[in-house]
Design a protein around this ligand. Structure first.
Ligand SMILES: [Ca+2]
Ligand SMILES: [Ca+2]
Length: 328
């Protein structure tokens, strides 16, 4: 059944295009979303009851121990992802300076306890009176940075940071997927020197400096309304020329597919391609993001949403080879 479903509909509409344009090689199909940190601070072993949430720098150090906390609001994360599959998530911090002899790695650990930007200290996840130089936290919001409580013991990712480096990027894809699925609570990350003990570390720009830590998301599929996004009517697609919804009922594409009729790539939004007369997500070396498969007609390729069972298909169709087909 390897056949672009919309060819049939083109024929029905008298719009069959002679153009057989191979999907544009190398075009990124994913569209990034970037979030700025909503909370960041440093906790310091030698200032165990002080908060540094408004500092312009975030610090890591091996002796005395200093650790960075950073978090992105869950509601903003959910909105940015907008139900699209997460291909990768990268926690990125701008490096401010690195100790002269620092030759160690920085680890990003998922934080397991809720904390506040202006209340987190070495001793408390949330000191309710952070200025009085004594601990003001209940057992519920205490943690022991000394004993290593309050964060996952196994780092999510570890990166080398060297002098002259401008940005460090931690792969936090698994954590972000867990935050979105609800299997883990989003309390952000703790950054620490992997082998604390020897002095030295790296410092980063805090959000108060104007250059916030960032969460860079590589998302599969398409932003709502854009080419490749699910839709149920033409009104559900827009922001580009001649937006049209290839509905599931008409085209048998699971969930529908925002597209537009075209004769060449110039008529399609960037990162999409004119494939056999319709704008589509091009396959990247034969592959697509999660939730999509690469339909290869032999002369053209396009990423189409997958079905995994007959239940994903409407109108009595069945799911075969990732696509909804009419039985018989
Ligand atoms: Ca801060
Ligand atoms: Ca206090």
């Amino acid at each position: 059944m390897n056949k672009l479903m919309w060819m049939k509909a083109h024929a029905q509409r008298g719009l069959v295009s002679a153009a057989l344009i191979t999907a544009v090689a190398g075009q990124a199909q994913a569209q990034d979303a970037t979030l700025n940190a909503d909370a960041d601070t440093t906790v310091k072993e030698f200032s165990p009851v002080s908060n540094f949430g408004k500092d312009t720098a975030l610090r890591t150090n091996g002796l005395p121990r200093e650790r960075t906390l950073v978090r992105f609001d869950q509601s903003k994360l959910v909105a940015a992802v907008s139900s699209r599959p997460v291909i990768s998530a990268s926690l990125e911090l701008t490096v401010q300076d690195v100790s002269l002899l620092f030759a160690n790695n920085i680890a990003a650990h998922r934080v397991s306890k809720a904390w506040t930007e202006t209340g987190a200290t070495w001793s408390c996840a949330n000191d309710t009176t952070p200025t009085n130089l004594v601990n003001n936290c209940t057992t519920a919001n205490a943690w022991s940075m000394t004993l290593g409580t309050g964060y996952a013991s196994t780092p999510s990712n570890t990166q080398r940071v060297t002098r002259g480096q401008t940005v460090v990027k931690f792969d936090v894809t698994a954590d972000v997927k867990a935050f979105l699925s609800g299997s883990q609570v989003n309390n952000g990350w703790l950054l620490k020197v992997v082998l604390e003990g020897p002095p030295g570390g790296a410092n980063f720009r805090a959000r108060e400096s104007g250059v916030a830590p960032r969460l860079v998301l590589d998302l599969g599929g398409s932003a709502p309304g854009q080419v490749g996004a699910p839709c149920t009517s033409d009104a559900g697609c827009g922001g580009y020329a001649n937006a049209t919804c290839f509905t599931e009922a008409e085209f048998a594409i699971p969930g529908g597919y925002c597209s537009a009729y075209c004769t060449d790539n110039s008529q399609c939004p960037s990162s999409t391609a004119c494939v056999q007369g319709a704008c589509a997500l091009p396959c990247n070396n034969g592959t697509c993001g999660a939730g999509y498969f690469c339909l290869d007609t032999g002369s053209a390729q396009a990423c189409l949403p997958t079905c995994s069972s007959d239940a994903d298909c409407t109108g009595g169709r069945s799911c075969e080879n990732n696509n909804c087909v009419t039985p018989g």
